[in-house]
Design a binder for this molecule. Structure first.
Ligand code: ATP
Length: 298
């Protein structure tokens, strides 16, 4: 068993398109979403220890709970319950919280996914992917897709996943104007829930192919979130003004993404927006490709 400290990446989830296609009897919404994951994200460090501990650092540390409601601890406990106490010795977990919270980019879900992947490795557990997906789904609808962390289409309530092969790395700028948005409130405020599903994907999934396809898709949560938080409109305007080839809100907001042809152009745009809005969260990053190994140790 490896007892040294190891760090695991918890990538931000970006819904490039998100169509709300219905609602189940239990109240969960049906969606169809093309999602990618970014290099930029939180980091989770795990290390075998004498007792279980948990600490949080980073820009958004004060926005997450430190008690058992944190998805990091819920993930640890769910995995331990599955595996049994034997073989799951105490572990120190340190979360570096770089992603804004309640921000539509799945930070908590991605932290949970990183903990599951990381603890499976340091505890040497033999848990197959179907069981892992079930544990993940019980923690949150977005956890299974964060476990995959590759370009994918999610259907159902987000748990039916189809990987999308040959997806290029996209230059992205993420912008959050600093307003937390509760996902449930946005879903509640939707004008309609029976929208059309996603159109077929283009053959070539590079910047141009993706941008043209995005023009014929939507984020069905965006109008409702915009009505609740007008700052989202200002975030979208800043991305467009800085030259984004396309700009849209991710998930239930308020984080918006801009699509840029190269990583360098994205970096310049991010610096420009930061100059105008020094208090906002602004990050230039790239999306992970279909071929990248998202789970490797950082
Ligand atoms: P989604 O798009 O999946 O709804 P989100 O990005 O909008 O996710 P999160 O940042 O995951 O939202 O936070 C959702 C809620 O989960 C917050 O109210 C927060 O208090 C709680 N939470 C628990 N653990 C974490 C964590 N590790 N990181 C972020 N939020 C957490």
């Amino acid at each position: 068993m490896n007892s040294g400290a190891r760090t695991w990446a918890a990538h931000a989830k970006i819904n490039l398109a998100l169509h709300v296609t219905g609602r189940r009897d239990d109240g969960y919404h049906r969606i169809e979403s093309l999602a990618v994951f970014t290099r930029f994200g939180d980091r989770v460090e795990t290390e075998l220890a004498d007792s279980d501990t948990f600490s949080v650092s980073g820009r958004y540390a004060s926005a997450v709970p430190l008690d058992d409601s944190n998805l990091v601890l819920r993930a640890r406990d769910a995995l331990r319950k599955e595996a049994g106490l034997q073989g799951t010795p105490p572990v120190a977990i340190r979360l570096e919280k770089n992603l804004p919270v309640a921000a539509g980019i799945g930070g908590g879900s991605s932290d949970a996914a990183a903990v599951l992947r990381g603890l499976i490795r340091i505890w040497n557990l033999d848990i197959d992917n179907a069981v892992l997906a079930r544990i993940g789904l019980a923690l949150g609808a977005d956890v299974p897709m964060c476990l995959a962390a590759k370009p994918l289409i999610a259907r159902g309530i987000g748990e039916e996943l189809s990987m999308v092969p040959d997806f290029s790395s996209l230059g992205l700028v993420l912008v959050n104007p600093g307003t937390a948005v509760a996902t449930a409130d946005v879903f509640k405020a939707l004008a309609r829930r029976d929208n059309e599903g996603l159109p077929p994907l283009p053959r070539v999934l590079d910047f141009h192919g993706v941008r043209n396809w995005l023009e014929i898709t939507r984020n069905d949560l965006e109008p409702a979130a915009l009505a609740m938080q007008p700052a989202i409109g200002r975030a979208l305007s800043q991305l467009t003004r800085a030259g984004a080839g396309f700009a849209r809100m991710s998930g239930s907001g308020a984080t918006c993404f801009g699509l840029f042809e190269t990583g360098n152009v994205a970096k310049r745009a991010a610096a420009e927006i930061r100059g105008r809005q020094p208090d906002w969260f602004v990050a230039a990053t790239r999306s992970l490709t279909s071929e990248a190994d998202p789970h490797g140790q950082d």
